[in-house]
Write a protein that binds this ligand. Structure first.
Ligand code: AMP
Length: 185
């Protein structure tokens, strides 16, 4: 099963994706984690994307899609995956469909975590992970980028009849229960 966990920065995608991974025994793929690891290890990819992440902007579609295409060749994804932070543009979503089609797969579920803007900023700033993109200005920019470039991805999957909105306010367990309900539909 290929599940996209969707929502703005600070919505809790990473936390919930880890729980889904454990519950459904399918791997979790976070493009943000891939980029942060590359930056930490100072790989060519990391050097290329560091400024982009620090500014809260999006990494170019081609770079992201190439990484996903390469990663999904690993047989560990044969039974599907939970995607967190990808796709973030409609172009990425379209390319993603094409990649999955070559594997005889498709997106099976698109779950949107809905959280108000004030709560998102509060969460991003209190996350305390020391991420270099976690400042007020950057948080606001990441939300702006989300509205402009990423939100249209939800319409894309709504048109395909896949989008399910989940209330993203509550305890981690409550939200996880809602996600499990949505996935069982
Ligand atoms: P995240 O951990 O998902 O919030 O991602 C952190 C940062 O990585 C984002 O603010 C972007 O700069 C970059 N990033 C992660 N995933 C993508 C993606 N699918 N497309 C473009 N940029 C991305």
């Amino acid at each position: 099963m290929n599940i996209i966990l969707f929502g703005p920065p600070g919505a809790g995608k990473g936390t919930q994706a880890s729980l889904i991974q454990a519950e459904y025994s399918i791997p979790h793929l976070s493009t943000g984690n891939i980029f942060r690891a590359a930056i930490k290890n100072e790989t060519p990819l990391g050097i290329k994307v560091k400024g982009i992440l620090d500014a809260g902007e999006l990494v170019p579609d081609k770079t992201v899609v190439d990484i996903i295409a390469e990663e999904l060749k690993d047989p560990k994804y044969d039974k599907g995956c939970i995607f967190d932070g990808f796709p973030r543009t409609v172009v990425q979503a379209q390319e993603f469909d094409a990649i999955l089609a070559t594997k005889g797969q498709k997106v099976d579920a698109f779950v949107v975590l809905v959280v108000s803007e004030d709560e998102l900023i509060r969460r991003i700033l209190s996350r305390g992970e020391g991420r270099s993109d976690d400042t007020v200005e950057m948080a606001k920019n990441r939300l702006k980028v989300y509205h402009n470039e990423t939100e249209p991805v939800q319409n894309y999957y709504t048109t395909m009849g896949l989008a399910q909105e989940i209330d993203g306010i509550g305890s981690v367990e409550e939200i996880f229960d809602r996600i499990k309900d949505a996935l069982s539909n």
